[in-house]
Design a protein around this ligand. Structure first.
Ligand code: ARG
Ligand code: ZN
Ligand code: CA
Length: 316
């Protein structure tokens, strides 16, 4: 019991955000409010369901073991995607073209065919990854609602609260596209959570690359970042000063980076490495992020391997 409590505490440290730090960065309004929604949602889930911490610790041990033993799937996973569009205004009822532009962006970013992949500095060319997971639009479900914003309490995932229940959440990735509010771009549920709320929420203004997609978040990378969380990736700075993202080939970062940092941006953490600010799991603008690392790829693939928390998605 002591051990369980201890690891639960460890998990809480791992995910806890440093709000003070983010509120002192430049772009105050955006940064302070859009900070760490996925982690806040996770913290709430952990408070309501303490046993989730145990489950997530098991997923962590499994992930490390699967990576150690090289027990990974072949990297030919195809994920069917259900897009749930919740709208009050006509602008929120985004077009099919905008939806497909997001699927296309995910496919490029996860298969190293994004046009900016060649901008990865040579320092990181040995670790930049072709994750090799693809996404196929399965269906679009649209619903007219009376809500002007949905917040981050998962209401959009519940028909009883005016939203839409997920469709086949153990075999399909559900995306909810709606107005979240509070400057939040999107949030994800990590592996291990309830299937009734599983998936990723993206604000319609930061979804896809056309239509209502809004600069500097108009390259579809909010979804890339959130799907990274959905596949068990942590923020690259480890959600605390010089924190651990459980990935060995990503350098230590002091904290989140915003905007488009000039290269090289040096960390003052142990070893003063050059930070991998162009990683999708940092907080830069969309045009500032264009790679996953091989270590992140291993973590993501491990989740889909036999016995993994999302193995149900890897079945043909
Ligand atoms: N706010 C999001 C989160 O908490 C991620 C931000 C995505 N960044 C971007 N450039 N689109 O996970
Ligand atoms: Zn995040
Ligand atoms: Ca790391």
């Amino acid at each position: 019991m002591k051990k369980i409590l201890l690891s639960a505490a460890l998990l809480m440290t791992l995910i806890s955000c440093n709000k003070e730090e983010n509120s002192t960065t430049n772009d105050l309004t955006t940064n302070a409010t859009r900070n760490c929604a996925s982690n806040e949602v996770l913290e709430n889930q952990l408070r309501e369901h303490p046993e989730l911490a145990i489950k997530m610790n098991e997923i962590e041990s499994f992930t490390e073991k699967a990576i150690r033993e090289g027990r990974l799937v072949n990297g030919k996973i195809q994920i069917p995607v259900v897009v749930n569009v919740l709208y009050k205004t006509t602008a929120e009822n985004i077009s099919q073209v905008q939806i497909q532009s997001q699927i296309d962006a995910l496919n490029k970013d996860f298969n190293a065919t994004n046009t900016d992949f060649n901008k990865v500095p040579s320092t990181f060319s040995g670790v930049k990854a072709n994750v090799g997971i693809s996404f196929v639009l399965d269906q679009v479900i649209r619903k007219s609602t009376t809500k002007t914003s949905w917040g981050t309490n998962d209401a959009m995932k519940k028909t009883t609260q005016g939203g839409l229940n997920p469709t086949s959440p153990t075999t399909k990735l559900n995306l909810w596209v709606c107005t979240i509010g509070g400057g939040i771009l999107g949030y994800a549920q990590f592996p291990g959570g309830s299937s009734s709320t599983d998936g990723v929420v993206i604000d319609s203004k930061y979804f896809g690359t056309t239509g209502t997609a809004t600069y500097p978040y108009n390259l579809g990378r909010t979804a890339t970042h959130e799907v990274g969380h959905w596949m068990n990736l942590r923020h690259i700075w480890g959600d605390t000063t010089c924190g651990n993202d459980q990935v060995s080939d990503t350098p230590l970062h002091n904290t989140a980076n915003y905007g488009v940092p000039a290269y090289p941006h040096y960390s003052t953490c142990t070893g003063t490495p050059i930070e991998m600010t162009m990683n999708y799991m940092d907080y830069t603008d969309d045009r500032g992020m264009y790679m996953f690392s091989n270590g992140q790829k291993s973590r993501m693939l491990a989740i889909f391997s036999t016995g993994g928390a999302r193995n149900s998605f890897a079945q043909p």
